[in-house]
Write a protein that binds this ligand. Structure first.
Ligand code: GLC
Length: 561
């Protein structure tokens, strides 16, 4: 295998939430035909891989993350022919397609679960995790395990007088992978999609697939709310429910399945949470024989500061040295859009700086739809929320809810980061072909923040993404070179500097990146005379003057000798 085969190490990912990208029928819900009609836009942006949140059959209790048939497309999104057409259209554009795969749980409307809950001796009974309640009368959950979304993850089913386990919401019962039939079915199902030409999978809450087979109580923990580093919460550890060691072995089994398919290689990217050490274990302990990539969510809440990002790069490099590779992500369908973390006054400048960082550090970047045009979080009223995670919290007083929204980065009501893509200033922001109620309200700012406006403005965030993406694609040092941080003592405090370098045909290609996290102009000695500017976050930039580099507030530049 040559390094060149590992295209996924150099790739850039764009996440589409199918319900919200483009509606082709006029029912206010995005669909596959709509997506196909916009592929040229994504191609033009210059990303390579598109990851789709689930569009399989589903009652849509968790908008697709509750699957009721793994080998079919939900009718509101289209048909299997539309899917095949989507794959063809993506591949014709020399792009790649990644599906979201929810292995941990199904919908409670899946036939398997309907059968499973029907009687204790149904052949599908053991496809899910069923237990007796606590003695003496069985009316208390089997143990103290909590779900990801607070409260016990055990749910009582009176028909058979037992409890089933659900890591996430109650209507998402966990499958039992200790039953070989389940594992075999799911591995074959993965092969089914790979044969259809899918280039990879994003694996939903993979660390929750296997729990402790002895069902031991989780120990106490000091943590109240979960964090990027650990799912411990409500003063309970998640020792026996999240990242149980069998999940690391499972990652290797999955890798073997996708490696059956070559030319091109396929890849797996895990949605897992935990310490960097645990995350790395999902990819392989000594050699990279597990998941190809894992999301590193530590970047998400990191304050926009040179020092904070320097430390984060150091950590990522420590745990993901070559041949492993980190990932860089700032927004997705579960959390506040990152541009809305910034004060509005400098939001676009900061978003550009963030882009420059994300697209020049070593690692695979993921961009969330609309991020490239600066789509803001749509702060929708909690009372009308559609996200099932929010239902639990509706009973809380407003003050508490607002506090929880803030400390969880809006993860307890995810509607606001999922609203329809803003294409233009027409009714429905060009999302639907006719005037209709879209499934979630369009952000009221759509007349100014939309694709058309972004394309008309040469200094827009869109073009900043495009410039950096194009440069990254054609520059080996940027897409596959090593990274070396500059000594902070040699540059002002607010500047983060690093080099990226690769050997091409025996010659070293070296790229210098300088990012100004400060709100003031920064001027410092240029250590690389005769360098030239490859890209800047601002189009009018003239950072090279004489002996110095001068950066505008929040400006990021790339230089080459
Ligand atoms: C993941 C998904 C999220 C979903 C959950 C349950 O965290 O990103 O959207 O609700 O898993 O499948």
């Amino acid at each position: 295998m040559t390094d060149n085969d590992q295209w996924w190490k150099k790739t850039t990912i764009y996440q589409i939430y199918p319900r919200s990208f483009k509606d082709s029928t006029g029912n206010g819900i995005g669909d596959l035909r709509g997506i196909i009609s916009k592929l040229d836009y994504i191609k033009d942006l210059s990303v390579e891989t598109i990851w789709f949140s689930p569009f399989y059959s589903s009652p849509q209790g968790d908008f697709g993350y509750d699957i009721s048939d793994y080998q079919n497309i939900a009718p509101e999104y289209g048909t299997m022919e539309d899917f095949d057409d989507l794959v063809k259209n993506i591949h014709d554009r020399k792009m790649k397609i990644v599906l979201d795969m929810v292995l941990n749980h199904t919908s409670d409307q899946h036939n398997w679960f309907i059968e499973s809950r029907s009687s204790r001796d149904n052949p599908k009974r053991d496809w899910y995790v069923w237990r007796d309640g606590k003695k003496p009368n069985g009316k208390a959950p089997p143990n103290n395990w909590k779900s990801f979304v607070t409260g016990s993850g055990w749910h009582y089913d009176s028909k058979t007088d037992q409890w089933y386990w659900a890591s996430f919401l109650p209507f998402q019962p966990d499958l039992n992978y200790r039953n070989p039939e389940v594992k075999k079915f799911m591995m074959d199902m993965i092969r089914f999609w790979l044969r259809k030409g899918v280039d990879g999978f994003r694996l939903d809450i993979l660390g929750a697939v296997y729990e402790d087979p002895k069902f031991r109580d989780n120990p106490l923990s000091w943590k109240l709310i979960p964090s990027e580093d650990s799912m411990d919460m409500l003063f309970r550890s998640s020792k026996y429910t999240v990242n149980y060691p069998d999940n690391f072995e499972f990652s290797k089994d999955l890798r073997k399945v996708i490696d059956e398919f070559q030319n091109p290689q396929r890849f797996l990217i895990g949605e897992v949470s935990g310490s960097l050490e645990e995350l790395r274990t999902f990819c392989g302990k000594e050699s990279p024989d597990g998941l190809n990539l894992v999301y590193l969510f530590q970047s998400m809440g990191t304050k926009l500061s040179a020092n904070k990002f320097r430390k984060l790069i150091q950590k990522f490099e420590k745990y993901f040295p070559d041949p492993f590779i980190p990932t860089w992500v700032f927004s997705n369908h579960d959390i506040i859009r990152h541009i809305s973390r910034f004060k509005e006054q400098n939001a676009i400048k900061k978003a550009k700086l963030n882009t420059a960082l994300q697209l020049t550090v070593r690692g695979v970047p993921t961009i969330y739809y609309g991020e490239e045009i600066g789509m803001r979080q749509n702060f929708l009223p909690f009372d009308k929320s559609l996200d099932a995670v929010s239902y639990n919290f509706k009973k809380y007083p407003k003050l508490i809810r607002n506090l929880l929204l803030r400390i969880t980065d809006y993860a307890i009501n995810r509607d606001g980061c999922r609203t329809p893509m803003q294409w233009n200033k027409n009714e429905t922001a060009g999302f639907s072909p006719k005037l209709t109620d879209t499934w979630l309200p369009i952000n009221r700012n759509y007349k100014s923040i939309n694709v058309e406006n972004s394309i008309d403005n040469k200094d827009s965030l869109f073009y900043c993404y495009q410039r950096f993406l194009k440069l990254r694609k054609k520059t080996p040092a940027l897409n596959s070179g090593k990274i070396d941080l500059m000594d902070p003592k040699t540059i002002p405090n607010e500047i983060l500097g690093y080099t990226r370098s690769a050997i091409i045909d025996g010659n070293e290609q070296k790229i210098y990146v300088y990012l100004n996290f400060g709100s003031k102009i920064a001027s410092f000695h240029n250590p690389i005379p005769n360098s030239h500017l490859l890209a800047s976050t601002t189009i009018s930039s003239q950072p090279l003057n004489g002996q110095n580099i001068t950066l505008q507030p929040f400006e990021g530049i790339i230089l080459e000798k």
